[in-house]
Design a protein around this ligand. Sequence first.
Ligand code: HEM
Length: 524
Amino acid sequence: MAHVYTPFPILNGLEMMIPKIKRAEDSFCLQFYRFSKIYGDVYQIHIGTRLIVVANSFDSIKELWASKNVKGNNSRPLGYSFHKVLSKGVYTIGTTPAGESYKNARKNISENVLCEKRNNDFNYVVMNKFCDLMIDRLIHNSSDKVLISNSILRETQYFHLAVALWLTYGFEFNPEDPAHKILADKIIVVENKITKVRSHVQNSVDYLPFLLRKIISLFSSKNEEFNELYIAREQYLELFCSYSKKLYNDIKTGLIFQSYKDHEMAINDVEDLKQTLMYTYFNDFNKRITYEEITSECLTMVSAGLDNTPLNFKYGLHQLANYHPEIWEQAYSELMNSYDGNYMKAYDECGATMKCEYIKAIVQETLRLFTVLPMALPRETTSDIYYKDSIIPKGTTLFLNCWAGNHDKKKFPDPMKFVPERWLITIVNDKMEKQYSIDSNIKHLAFGIGCRMCLGYNFAFRELYILFSKIILKFEPARKTSGSHIPSDNPLELNMYPESLAIEPIDFEIHLKVRNQYELIVSG
Ligand code: HEM
């Protein structure tokens, strides 16, 4: 395995961390990819005192992250800035190093919220409800014509937050309530700032030797900023925790029923509330989960999809509305066909049954092409790992160049093109109609891979499926005829913050028109 050599042992590679002009070519995933053309798909670098192995092709990532003979790539590196200053001991599951606490939290959140069984039994109802409310708001704020630009991002963030707060705390978030809106906007801003300051290569002090780091930290203004973010996070986590504690007590004492007029409705609602993550925690008298672990789960629920899911949706809509209205209309027909041409059935049941393979392909292609976390999340080895004829020692940091893997020409021909069909197997039936099914042999890396792959991938996939289905059913693309410049469809060229962990596209317009309701009812 080649070693990318730079001349100064301590400052090695630190120049990579100085953000240059904000150009797509300076994105870290592309810088790392360019090295692979000289040194091979997998190479090692030193950044400061750390040894880092970077993998830059689909096959090498698969081999290093997911092959049977690779064990011990199962931890996350601790960073001084993020873990010690910003988080002060309570992190999301995705940033927690390997250990018993990590395992407990991962198992508990999976069983109680994120597994596919929960999505099928329960989560979809909550997602449907908040997606319908979101679409009603979008329509209400327009007349017949709807112009959705960046507001779609904020609306989708409200949608995700509403789903997450309900499933975690039983808190019913309503963006039309001014107090709720202020709180939600604060959460969105804080979590977004945290995403911006925690990329792999952003906190250069983390890579310095202890003493040098201490000295620099004394003069750094970053500590103050991180402290403010920590306090803000703690405040809203505590607020929601007290809310769910009160809810639990009210349910236990029966006080909750006083707020309902209709007893039957109260019973149904209370049964639903008993399924929320915090209710389950308070109700578990064996206390299998510690307070720190449940806090880590709550933080994960609030923050993990708050940017990732909406950013994917915003980018997918850009592709469909601004570049491929024909795919939008094809998706509409496929959705209607999946529900016997019955519009209301399609709209109401899409979240529960997920019958339309074409929509699944749109979601997959969006996740692949966009690759919201182009360098995924870093890993750390807990034992030696063998790769071809090299030994990667315990304690090495691994960087997964997800962007390079998802745009690897060998796996995805024409990788920069938006082609949902690449995910589909097409069969022509007796009536000479095309029928699609998802090709389960193709995989992308947007959710990472291996033992620490994204735990919310089914959850996020379902959210995206519901969002795309309902928006495509309700709206049609209405391209502006004159005067508008359509921005690039290359995610890296759209990215406002190449130095951040996530790709955040610039503002652009997406013009949509509500479908003719009369036609919909007739066709339904
Ligand atoms: C489109 C949306 C999302 C994308 C693209 C995404 C992507 C990722 C990626 C790349 C990782 C690192 C995986 C690795 O190291 O191999 C990750 C980890 C994780 N994600 Fe997601 N994520 C999304 C949404 C969510 C949601 C909605 C949740 C939960 C509510 C979630 C929960 C997690 C957790 C718990 C981990 C850490 C897993 C571990 O370290 O064991 N994610 N995600």
